[in-house]
Design a protein around this ligand. Structure first.
Ligand SMILES: *[C@@H]1O[C@H](CO)[C@@H](O)[C@H](O)[C@H]1NC(C)=O
Ligand SMILES: *[C@@H]1O[C@H](CO)[C@@H](O)[C@H](O)[C@H]1NC(C)=O
Ligand SMILES: *[C@@H]1O[C@H](CO)[C@@H](O)[C@H](O)[C@H]1NC(C)=O
Ligand SMILES: [Cu+2]
Length: 186
């Protein structure tokens, strides 16, 4: 009995804490504007665990709050984090995956006004964060993307585009997102 209670609480801790996020480049954080748009509970959920899935984040239901884009984190709270990348530049990423969940992952450029992907994804893992492997491949936590050379005048204004890391743990049914705000330099 005691051991099953212990087991259950260990499981609970495992599902409640620490799943994964991007550690570099700097990615969007929650802030006061997110609190206005999505409510205090959504901000608290991210502050409680910055590696948790979207499914742990409760929206206030407002039309302007989209937890599915950057976990609801707002550009206005993150203007100091905007990166500048050149066409063709290789951008290295690091991620932490304290609790891996096997599933697809990708990095794509998203038009923030419409929440649509621009062009092709920059990187695709058909199988990412596979907890059944003895060790995760090194490219799960250190990878790089090549910035496209065909964006034209898109993504030159801060906030227009964001680079979103997206991972879905298939069995866990958990979705992870982080957004790196950037501008393309000419
Ligand atoms: C990643 O999670 C950690 C631990 O909760 C948090 O301190 C950090 O701000 C998170 N980073 C991002 C970009 O979400
Ligand atoms: C990224 O992966 C998710 C999960 O499989 C998928 O829903 C989404 O369409 C993918 N994005 C792109 C741009 O391929
Ligand atoms: C990551 O590394 C694994 C193992 O070496 C390889 O099979 C896979 O193609 C790599 N994926 C990407 C997106 O680079
Ligand atoms: Cu998880």
């Amino acid at each position: 009995m005691r051991s099953s209670i212990l087991f259950a609480s260990t499981l609970w801790a495992a599902t409640a804490l620490s799943h994964g996020n991007i550690t570099s480049p700097p990615a969007r954080q929650p802030g006061p504007v997110m609190q206005q748009v999505c409510g205090a509970a959504a901000v608290s959920a991210i502050l409680a665990d910055g590696t948790g899935p979207l499914e742990n984040i409760q929206s206030n239901g407002a039309a302007d709050c989209n937890i599915g884009l950057c976990k609801g984190a707002q550009f206005e709270d993150n203007q100091a984090l905007v990166q500048a990348f050149a066409p063709g530049e290789q951008v290295p990423f690091t991620a932490e995956l304290p609790i891996p969940h096997e599933g697809p992952c990708n990095v794509s450029i998203v038009d923030t006004a419409t929440n649509t992907v621009i062009g092709q994804p920059l990187l695709v893992f058909d199988s990412y964060a596979d907890e059944n492997l003895a060790q995760l491949p090194p490219n799960n936590t250190a990878f790089s993307v090549t910035m496209p050379t065909n964006l034209g005048t898109s993504c030159q204004v801060p906030g227009e585009c964001t680079m979103q890391w997206f991972w879905f743990g298939t069995a866990a049914q958990q979705t992870y997102e982080n957004c790196v705000d950037f501008v393309m330099t000419a």
